[in-house]
Design a protein around this ligand. Structure first.
Ligand code: PMP
Length: 447
């Protein structure tokens, strides 16, 4: 089963979020089709439209029949900035008044405000690189940058579970693509050795450039990247390291600086640092951080910089302000408290789920916790039962996961209280007991 290609099948949503009604129903119907099982239509298993998010990480959902307040266990609001914040929100409002919601211009045609300049400096400092460039969307950051930094004659070696934006960027680049087994440094080395040494004299290097692409935390697995080993291998074979920190920047590390800080990797050893602002910073957009030369080159050549409207000024202000809070530059210790809280919450929730007998993927400190349900037919019932008790979870199935590895993916936030987590554990246990264990039945059908 070719997962690399399956995750890009046209017409499928990568994540069965429930928010995307259209897609979930479509995915749902396909599951029904491929097993021939009469799974009754279950629109109530998904939460339809969100009316508001609140500071306590609840969301008010407008569902088909009623409005309800649900504990949010599904969003990437790792540090709780995706709600009104005493430091960020007034500054965001002020930036809206000064600059409006959009610059209506590209970066090179008047769309670079003082906020954009400040943001790029702030991001470069935060991630520990000499320079950075920001884009209006995280997805576009990967899919537009890869084709600019590598092309025909180059080689991309990509983790088999890399995000769809990386897959698309890699494909669009025209470079040769090889995939290594998910988070397996020994397999990466095997692929590199094959690609470099295969029958060639030691001095011959068949590729113009080699880029190894990995993620800091894998969003469907909750695993931390084995970055120290991967960096060592890349050094040995002179390959560039491209690290997507969408889920790790802000969320892990003593001061929130991501997997390099957590795993003791020198940021100088990671050539291209990519990340998004849509998770820990409660905003939108993405960044690339690297050497001054790389960033200048991207600013001159990347179409997404030259031809796309610049990131919205209030979104930029939200990022600057949230980074200030994280670093304690707002004059409070809220940032440090948030970082301590997300770590405590994540480790507590993971260990409680494991004690209860759930199979949970991922590593300690990671706020992403997939609970394995296996059978895709289980996910509507699980999601519906949680929702009935006002807990909103995201369920994920094919094609975002292999067919029989469906899961509920819990995302923990610093804004969850202990009471929230205890309630969630109770609801998850109860909901799991409603879900029939029909994995063997499904397997029989598939065989
Ligand atoms: N990279 C990874 C690893 C992601 O998980 C995502 C989205 N969750 C993106 C990139 C795209 O980011 P955005 O949603 O900010 O566009």
């Amino acid at each position: 089963f070719d997962w690399w290609h399956a995750s890009n099948l046209e017409g499928y949503a990568p994540i069965c979020l429930g928010l995307e009604d259209f897609y979930t129903r479509r995915l749902y119907l396909r599951i029904q089709d491929c097993f021939g099982r009469p799974i009754a239509s279950a629109p109530d298993a998904w939460f339809d439209v969100v009316e508001r998010y609140s500071n306590d990480n609840n969301k008010t959902l407008k569902r088909t029949d009623k409005i309800s307040r649900c504990l949010n266990l599904g969003s990437y609001n790792y540090l709780g900035f995706a709600a009104a914040d005493e430091y960020c929100t007034p500054r965001v409002i002020d930036s809206l008044c000064r600059f409006s919601a959009s610059t209506c211009s590209t970066r090179v045609e008047g769309g670079t405000t003082t906020l954009h300049k400040e943001l790029e400096e702030c991001v470069a400092n935060f991630v520990g690189k000499p320079a950075a460039v920001v884009f209006g969307m995280g997805y576009v950051t990967n899919s537009a940058i890869l084709p600019v930094i590598i092309g025909k004659g180059g080689l991309i070696i990509s983790d088999s579970l890399n995000h769809n934006s990386i897959v698309n960027g890699a494909r669009g680049s025209g470079a040769t693509i090889r995939v290594f087994q998910h988070n397996t440094p020994s397999h990466l080395e095997k692929v590199l050795r094959e690609q470099i040494a295969d029958g060639q004299p030691r001095t011959h290097r068949p590729w113009k450039k080699i880029i190894v692409v990995v993620e800091g935390i894998y969003s469907m697995e909750g695993e931390l990247c084995k970055l120290p080993e991967i960096v060592a291998i890349c050094k040995k074979y002179k390959a560039y390291v491209y690290l997507d920190e969408a889920h790790s920047i802000g969320a892990v590390g003593k001061t929130g600086r991501g997997v390099c800080e957590l795993l003791g990797v020198d940021t100088a050893d990671v050539d291209i640092m990519m990340g998004t602002f849509t998770k820990s910073f409660g905003s939108c957009g993405g960044y690339i951080a690297g050497s001054k030369e790389l960033i200048q080159y991207l600013k001159y050549t990347c179409p997404a910089h030259l031809y796309a409207t610049s990131i919205s000024p209030p979104a930029a202000q939200q990022i600057i302000s949230s980074i200030k809070v994280i670093l304690g530059e707002d004059g409070s210790s809220r940032g440090a408290q948030k970082l301590a809280r997300i770590r405590e919450n994540s480790n507590f929730f993971r260990s409680e789920l494991q004690k209860m007998g759930f199979e949970v993927l991922g590593d300690n400190d990671s706020p992403v916790m997939p609970i394995m349900l296996y059978n895709p037919a289980k996910i509507p019932a699980f999601s519906r039962e949680c929702l009935k008790q006002n807990v909103a979870v995201v369920t994920v199935a094919f094609p975002a996961t292999p067919l029989l590895l469906a899961r509920a993916r819990i995302c923990i936030s610093a804004s969850h209280t202990k009471e929230d987590l205890l309630k969630a554990l109770e609801v998850i246990t109860q909901s799991a007991s409603f879900v029939p264990d029909c994995i063997s039945e499904i397997l029989n059908r598939v065989q």
